[in-house]
Design a protein around this ligand. Structure first.
Ligand code: PMP
Length: 332
C-alpha cells in the first residue's frame, strides 16, 4: 500500500471488485470500481479535487477562498475535505430531500450547509441555481468565492478522464469490453468513457438511467422526456449538462428501482458489499450491457458510495414499505 503526504493523495487508486452474482448470471466478468473507498466515501472526491485544482490553476481560487456548490451531498463532502486540507471554506446548498447521513457528514466537516426545498431545475430556487447566485453575491461583496459548478464545469470530467478511466484500463491490462454508469453531472460517464475510447476505440459505453431522468429518452429519441421516479440519490439528470454533452454513449438503458434494489440487497447479504442506490442502478445497467454484448465479455461499472450513507432510507424497512419497494428477508 502506498504512503501519502496528505489525504489528497489518498483519493483514487481504488480496487476493482468482481461482482460474483452479476458475473455468473451473464457469463461475463463484471467488475465494480470501489469508489466508496475514497477518503470522503464516494466517487465525487475525484471531481472535487479536480475542480479545486483547476480553480487554483486558473487563479480564480485564492488562498483562504470560499468554494460554493449545489450538491446532492457527495460532491459537497468531497469539496469540504479537499477544502479543509488546503485551507479553503465551503458553503454547500443541498436539497432537503437528501439523506440525513450525508447532511450530518457535511456538518461534521465544518461546511456551511444551506438546505433548500427540492424544486426542478427550471425553478430559479433550484439548489444548483441558488448556489450559483450565492457565489456571485459573495464575490460582489469582495470575497474570493468561486462556484464549483460541477454540472457544467468540465474540470469534473477531466478528473475522471485523467484518473478513473486510465486506472480501470490499466487494472484490467486493457481487457475491457464495456463500461456503464448512471449520470448525475455526467462527469464520471463522460470522463471514463472518453479515457477508455481513447485507449480502445471499440469499447462500448452505456448509460444506466434511473426512472425520473430524461437522458434515456434523449439517447433513444433525441428528446428529453421523463416518467416515474426513483429513490436513488445523486443521479438522474433532466438536461444535457456540459459534462453529459461530452459522454460517448453507445447504449442506454432505463432501470427501475424494482429491478435494481434486489441486486443491491443480495450484494450486501451474499457478497459483503453494502452500497448506495446509484450503485444498484449501475450494476443493473452492467447486467443489461453484459446481455447486450454476450458472454465472455469484461464489463466495468462504478460502486459510487456506501449503503451506510442511506441507513435511514434504502436500508430502512419502514421507508421501503412506505414506498412499496421490495424488502429483503434479512432486512425485514
Ligand atoms: N452516485 C452518487 C451517490 C452520487 O452522489 C453521484 C454524484 N452526484 C453520482 C452517482 C453521479 O456521478 P456524476 O456526477 O459523475 O455523474
Amino acid at each position: 500500500m502506498k504512503v501519502t503526504e496528505s489525504v489528497l493523495d489518498a483519493i483514487g487508486d481504488t480496487p476493482l471488485i468482481k461482482l460474483r452474482a452479476a458475473s455468473q448470471a451473464t457469463g461475463c466478468a463484471i467488475y465494480g470500481k470501489a469508489e466508496f473507498m475514497n477518503p470522503g466515501g464516494s466517487v465525487k472526491d475525484r471531481a472535487a479535487l479536480a475542480i479545486i485544482r483547476d480553480a487554483e490553476a486558473s487563479g480564480a481560487l485564492k488562498p483562504g477562498g470560499t468554494i460554493v456548490e449545489g450538491t446532492a451531498g457527495n460532491t459537497g463532502i468531497g469539496l469540504a475535505l479537499v477544502a479543509n486540507a488546503l485551507g479553503y471554506r465551503t458553503v454547500i446548498v443541498i436539497p432537503d430531500t437528501q439523506s440525513d447521513e450525508k447532511k450530518s457528514m457535511l456538518r461534521l466537516q465544518g461546511a456551511e450547509l444551506i438546505e433548500v426545498p427540492a424544486v426542478p431545475y427550471s425553478n430559479p430556487d433550484n439548489y444548483v441555481k441558488y448556489s450559483g447566485r450565492l457565489a456571485e453575491e459573495l464575490a460582489a461583496k469582495g470575497q474570493n468565492a468561486i462556484w464549483a459548478n460541477q454540472f457544467d464545469n468540465v474540470a469534473n470530467l477531466r478528473g475522471h478522464e485523467e484518473t478513473t478511466g486510465p486506472e480501470i484500463y490499466d487494472q484490467l491490462g486493457g481487457r475491457i469490453d464495456g463500461f456503464i454508469c448512471a449520470a448525475g453531472t455526467g462527469g464520471t460517464l463522460a470522463g471514463v468513457g472518453r479515457a477508455l475510447k481513447a485507449r480502445k476505440p471499440d469499447v462500448k459505453i452505456g448509460l444506466a438511467d434511473p426512472m425520473g431522468a430524461s437522458l434515456y429518452s434523449y439517447y433513444k429519441t433525441g428528446e428529453l422526456k421523463s416518467s416515474g421516479s426513483s429513490i436513488t440519490e445523486g443521479i438522474g439528470q433532466g438536461r444535457i449538462t456540459a459534462n453529459v454533452a461530452l459522454a460517448p454513449v453507445d447504449f442506454a438503458y432505463q432501470i427501475t428501482d424494482e429491478e435494481a434494489l434486489p441486486i443491491l440487497f443480495d450484494l450486501a447479504a451474499r457478497e459483503g458489499l453494502l452500497l448506495g442506490g446509484s450503485s444498484a442502478i449501475n450494476i443493473a445497467g452492467a447486467i443489461r450491457l453484459a446481455r447486450e454484448l454476450g458472454p465472455g465479455k469484461t464489463i466495468v461499472t462504478i460502486l459510487c458510495d456506501s449503503g451506510a450513507r442511506y441507513a435511514s432510507k434504502l436500508y430502512n424497512p419502514a421507508f421501503l414499505r412506505e414506498k412499496g419497494l421490495p424488502l429483503p428477508a434479512w432486512l425485514a
